[in-house]
Design a binder for this molecule. Structure first.
Ligand code: BYC
Length: 333
């Protein structure tokens, strides 16, 4: 996860080919993008476009799957049967998101097994937000409210991404994320309006999760490596900073309604910009988390590896069944 190079040998070769790729292909491709065309799996595309999408979509899929872990830890401790059921349904949705996304990435020629191997070996990244611990029940509320809230702001524009299979997967993901955001906000609302201890727990969680949520949008535009090319290709429709600002402007009033305080002394409404000014994000922390996995990165990977190992027999049984079925169908034909 924390290496800077996500490319497989095949992708490296593919990118090397890019230099010698037909300039006419690049030009014709860019014309299609500029005309608002949707690119489909079998269409001609520059190898760099393909590799960029595999990188982003697989990282996104890994984030969904790893994101199940902090929530999974709370299923047995959720405060009521109703809360357990809702949390289980949400976690199941995240697994579904991972599956749509792995499938979308597979249309670009990368196998799911290879992508999962990159996650398990630590080569592929997943969202920094899931390297932070969730030690209290209020964190399950703030994950829904802030993390799913940030995900919606980031992902709604991806429904109009130039690559069809990714864009279509995003439509359903966004609908479900919207339910997730509301369930999180409802947990935080219940706590903020409950006993003083509950409100304090909600505030303490907000204090820890606010800044990491802002980091979900990626580095500042000045430091973003891929934004300008990705925007040219209509993979990204808005820059990291634009989306981050959109999230802050939507979320601050939600905190005010709850009587909670955003942990940023520099947060102030700017009348001229009609947006909130906010304090400096600790980018050293962001880059350090990307590099070494922060507090929980390593334990998240350990949990994923254990789940993968424990599921070996299921994959083997499914493979044996598929083989048997194929032989039977072959004989019948
Ligand atoms: N975490 O040039 P930049 C969810 C990396 S799941 C980790 O701006 P780009 C949920 C970036 O990959 C939410 N890495 O990159 C699930 C690049 O490194 P590489 C997941 C990050 O691609 C379960 C480098 O930093 N959402 O919501 O133009 C339960 C430079 O960045 C992060 C998605 O994946 C980060 N936060 O923009 C609940 C959305 N930020 O690859 C909720 C799809 C940056 O060159 N992805 N990096 O080694 C995107 O929209 C874009 O890929 C990003 C980054 C905005 C994340």
């Amino acid at each position: 996860m924390y290496s800077t190079d996500l490319r497989t040998d095949t992708e490296k070769k593919a990118q090397a080919v890019t230099a010698s790729e037909d300039a006419a292909l690049w030009e014709a491709f860019q014309k299609r993008i500029d005309a608002g065309d949707i690119i489909e799996a079998k269409d001609a595309m520059p190898e760099k476009y393909r590799a960029t999408l595999v990188r982003q979509i697989s990282q996104h899929a890994h984030s969904e799957i790893v994101g199940m872990l902090p929530e999974g830890n709370w299923v047995t401790r959720a405060p009521s049967l109703k809360r357990k059921l809702i949390l289980l349904a949400k976690i199941q949705d995240e697994a579904g998101h991972g599956l749509y996304l792995y499938s979308a990435a597979e249309t670009l020629g990368r196998s799911r097994d290879d992508m999962v191997a990159d996650l398990l070996s630590g080569k592929a990244k997943f969202s920094t937000i899931f390297t932070y611990p969730t030690p209290t029940w209020a964190d399950i509320g703030t994950v829904g409210w802030l993390v799913d809230g940030a995900a919606i702001v980031n992902q709604i524009p991806l429904c109009r991404c130039s690559y069809g299979p990714y864009a279509r997967a995003m439509v359903r993901v966004c609908k479900e994320e919207s339910f997730h955001q509301r369930q999180g906000y409802e947990i935080v609302t219940t706590m903020a309006r409950g006993a003083p201890e509950q409100k304090a727990m909600a505030q303490e969680s907000l204090n820890r999760m606010w800044w990491p949520s802002l980091m979900m949008f990626g580095p500042s535009d000045a430091a973003s490596l891929h934004s300008s090319q990705n925007m040219k290709w209509n993979i990204k429709r808005h820059s990291n900073d634009v989306l981050r600002q959109r999230f802050i402007d939507a979320t601050v009033p939600q905190a005010e309604i709850l009587g909670l305080t955003i942990p940023d002394p520099d947060l102030v409404w700017n009348k001229e910009r009609e947006a909130y000014d906010f304090g400096e994000i600790n980018w050293d922390e962001f880059w350090a988390v990307l590099k070494d996995g922060g507090q929980c990165g390593k334990s998240r990977l350990r949990a994923r590896r254990a789940a993968h190992d424990n599921g070996t027999w299921v994959r083997e049984a499914a493979g044996a069944y598929a083989k048997k079925h194929k032989t039977r169908v072959g004989k019948a034909a």
